[in-house]
Design a binder for this molecule. Structure first.
Ligand code: MLT
Length: 256
């Protein structure tokens, strides 16, 4: 991403496999907050503080001496509720740090896509800011699973009132089309998405290291309506739950 690309805007950082999904899961399961740091050394330096758990990966694998890896399945309520999590991953936390000049930084995935869409539309309308979907990718390359995550968030934003033609640029419209193609391919959309993830760069990497069990949780559309939002004063991500009620009442209306 060119330097300053998100300056003054709202950045949504997307690393579906797996940093975004894992951060959202930690906060949904009542971790107090998550601190994204660039290096293993920075994480270790914060380890001594009361209440801190260390989490993350290198090469997809848990880091020696850390309490947790980068599998969302590890971030259970029993493990993380009431704890601070210091977190470092290869691409996801690096992408978060690359958005340092954005006015607001959110973390988005498939699991919280409607909650992210609701919050970002509210912020963008109130503050008249541009929205940037920052796909973390793998080793500098864009990956299919992150584009699908972006498409999932944008499709939700359109459902909530964004105008596809007026508000989205061409790459954003293409991401929506890709997501809709998977969503409407027949059968359960989350299952279809997990199947596509299995063929993506990030998915193939996970399969190679025996972590294919993380594909389905990352594809669980709208399962966790919490949005990690960076508190600039402290450098910690905290969970915004303002969309919870909104999405819940929308679901009830649809079911009636
Ligand atoms: C990353 O941040 O590079 C990824 O989350 C890698 C992984 O899935 O472990």
């Amino acid at each position: 991403m060119p330097e300053g690309a998100c300056a003054g805007g709202i950045a949504i950082v997307i690393d579906v496999l797996r940093a975004s999904t894992t951060i959202v899961t930690a906060l949904a399961h009542r971790a107090t907050r998550v601190r994204p740091v660039r290096t293993v050394g920075e994480a270790r330096a914060l380890a001594g503080q009361a209440n801190v758990l260390l989490g993350g990966e290198r090469g997809g694998q848990p880091i020696e001496g850390f309490d947790l890896g980068n599998s969302p399945l590890e971030y259970t309520q029993e493990r993380v509720a009431g704890r601070d999590v210091v977190f470092t991953t290869t691409n996801g936390t690096a992408a978060l740090h690359a958005c340092g000049d954005a006015a607001d930084v959110l973390v988005g995935g498939v699991v919280n896509r409607s909650a992210v869409a609701a919050l970002v539309l509210r912020l963008a309308n109130a503050e008249h800011r541009d929205i940037h979907l920052v796909c973390a990718g793998t080793d500098g390359g864009v990956t299919e699973e992150d584009l699908l995550g972006a498409g999932a968030i944008l499709a939700a934003a359109i459902r909530l009132g964004a105008d596809e033609q007026r508000d989205l640029d061409a790459p954003a419209r293409a991401a929506v089309a890709d997501f809709r193609a998977v969503e409407q391919s027949g059968g359960d959309p989350a299952t279809a998405l997990a199947c596509v993830f299995a063929t993506s760069v990030g998915g193939r990497n996970l399969i190679t290291i025996g972590m294919e069990h993380d594909l389905a949780p990352a594809a669980a559309i709208d399962a966790l309506p919490v949005v990690p939002r960076l508190d600039r004063a402290t450098g910690w991500l905290v969970g915004d739950r303002s969309a919870e009620g909104l999405l819940h009442s929308g679901r009830q209306r649809k079911e009636r």
